[in-house]
Write a protein that binds this ligand. Structure first.
Ligand SMILES: NC(=O)c1ccc[n+]([C@@H]2O[C@H](COP(=O)([O-])OP(=O)(O)OC[C@H]3O[C@@H](n4cnc5c(N)ncnc54)[C@H](O)[C@@H]3O)[C@@H](O)[C@H]2O)c1
Length: 310
C-alpha cells in the first residue's frame, strides 16, 4: 500500500476539522473538502479557536501551531481527490449521502489510495457496496473531541482487506492515537455498544427512582469511570476476583434492564428538543453561559487525564 503523505478529510464539520488538525500536527499535508462554502468558513474559525487554545495551554508552541496551519487547506473542488493517499470521510451520517459521495470519489482517487469512513455506526459493509475496489475501504471511528480522546476504532467490513485494516491501525498509532480492531461490522461497533449498555441501565435506575441523574453521574465519575480511565472491565475483574464477579453475575444479570426501545425519559427529552449542551438543555440545564462553562470544564479535565495516562 502507498506511503501516506497527502490526506483528504471529507466533511469540514465538528469531527473532520478536529481530525484534520491532528494529521497536520504530525506533518501530513491535509486538505479539508466540503460541498458548502459556509461550512469551510466555520471550519477555518474552529481551527483558529482550537489553535489559540492549544498554544494557550502549552500543548503546542506558537511556531508549531503556525507550521501545522500551513499544512492545512480547504476546498470545495473535487480535484483534491486525484493525488491523495488517504481519504477519511466524515460527512453527514446518512447512508444515501455517504453512498453518493463514495460512488463518485472512489473512482477519482488513485487505485491504491486507502479509504475510510468516520461513521458513528452505519454499516461499513453497506457503505462499501458502492465503492470501486472496496477492499481498500474500512471504518475509522474517532471520538469527539477528536483532538483529545485517544481511541480510534478500526472496523473491518465484509470486503475490507486485512492490509487496509492494518494500514489504518498502524497509521492511528503514528498519529499518536490508541486504535482497537473491530473484527466484525456489528451495529455500534464496540464503544457505542458498551456506552449504550451503561446508558440503558442508568436510565432504568432513574426511571425506577433508585438514584438521581446527579448521583448516577457521580457513581460513574468517582468509582466506575475513575477505574475505567486506568483499567478495562476485564482488568478490573481480575483485580477484584473472578469468583466475586461470578457470584454477582449469578444473581444480578437477570435483574438488569434489557429494554429494547429508547427509554421514556430519553424519548421525552428528545421530543421536547432538549438535545443537551447544544440546545442549552438536556438532562441538565445549560442556559445563561452554563453551556460554555461545561465544555471548558470538560476539555480542562480531559487534557489533565490524557496527560496522566500518557
Ligand atoms: N459528532 C460526534 O460526536 C461524532 C463522533 C464520531 C463520529 N461522528 C461521525 O462523523 C461524521 C461527521 O459528523 P460531524 O459531527 O462532524 O457532523 P457535522 O454536521 O458537524 O459535519 C458534517 C459536514 O459534512 C459536510 N457534508 C455533507 N455532505 C457532504 C458531501 N457530500 N461531501 C462533503 N461534505 C459534505 C457538511 O457540509 C458538514 O460540514 C458523521 O458520520 C458522524 O456520525 C460524529
Amino acid at each position: 500500500m502507498r506511503q501516506c503523505k497527502n490526506v483528504v478529510i471529507a466533511g469540514a464539520g465538528l469531527m473532520g476539522t478536529s481530525m484534520a488538525q491532528i494529521f497536520a500536527q504530525l506533518g501530513y499535508d491535509v486538505i479539508i473538502y466540503d460541498v458548502i462554502e459556509a461550512a469551510i468558513e466555520k471550519s477555518k474559525n474552529l481551527i483558529r479557536i482550537n489553535q489559540e487554545e492549544q498554544v494557550k495551554t502549552g500543548e503546542l508552541t506558537f511556531k508549531e501551531s503556525e507550521e501545522l496551519q500551513g499544512r492545512l487547506s480547504h476546498t470545495c473542488e473535487k480535484g483534491c481527490f486525484t493525488e491523495c493517499d488517504l481519504v477519511v470521510e466524515s460527512i453527514i451520517e446518512k447512508m444515501e449521502i455517504k453512498h453518493l459521495f463514495w460512488k463518485e470519489v472512489s473512482t477519482l482517487v488513485p487505485e491504491d489510495a486507502v479509504l475510510a469512513s468516520n461513521t458513528s455506526g452505519l454499516s461499513i459493509t453497506e457503505i462499501a457496496k458502492v465503492i470501486h475496489k472496496p477492499e481498500r475501504f474500512a471504518g475509522m471511528h474517532w471520538f469527539n473531541p477528536a483532538h483529545l480522546i485517544p481511541l480510534i476504532e478500526i472496523i473491518k467490513g465484509d470486503e475490507s482487506a486485512d492490509e487496509t485494516v492494518d494500514y489504518l491501525y498502524d497509521l492511528s498509532i503514528t498519529i499518536g492515537k490508541e486504535p482497537i480492531r473491530v473484527n466484525k461490522d456489528v451495529p455500534g461497533f464496540i464503544a457505542n455498544r458498551i456506552q449504550l449498555a451503561i446508558l440503558r441501565e442508568s436510565l432504568y435506575l432513574v426511571e425506577n427512582n433508585v438514584g438521581s441523574f446527579e448521583d448516577i453521574d457521580k457513581c460513574m465519575k468517582y468509582a466506575l469511570g475513575f477505574r475505567y480511565a486506568c483499567l478495562g472491565p476485564f482488568e478490573v475483574c481480575d483485580m477484584g476476583g473472578l469468583d466475586t464477579f461470578y457470584h454477582i453475575a449469578e444473581y444480578l444479570n437477570k435483574d438488569l434492564s434489557d429494554a429494547k426501545e429508547p427509554q421514556r425519559i430519553l424519548k421525552e427529552l428528545y421530543e421536547e428538543g432538549h438535545y443537551g449542551v447544544k440546545a442549552k438543555a438536556g438532562f441538565y440545564d445549560y442556559s445563561d453561559g452554563k453551556d460554555e462553562e461545561a465544555i471548558r470544564r470538560r476539555d480542562e479535565l480531559y487534557i489533565k487525564v490524557s496527560k496522566l495516562l500518557k
